[in-house]
Write a protein of this length. Structure first.
Length: 59
């Protein structure tokens, strides 16, 4: 697993998330501070994180 730190797009607090480097993915996970849903997109190349986005979900 790969630990990645980033800012929540809602509350701007720095949070961390464990990412699986074995697969690229798109999924939703709640912020551990404000509990809003964050869409996470990851791309790994040769086991290294090459792209990461954390976006708010339009409701």
């Amino acid at each position: 697993m790969y630990e990645h730190f980033f800012q929540c797009p809602y509350c701007w607090e720095t949070i961390s998330m464990l990412l699986d480097p074995s697969a690229n993915s798109i999924y939703v996970e709640d912020c551990e501070v404000c509990c809003n849903p964050i869409e996470i997109r990851t791309v790994f190349q040769e086991g290294e994180l090459s792209e990461f986005t954390a976006s708010n979900i339009e409701q």
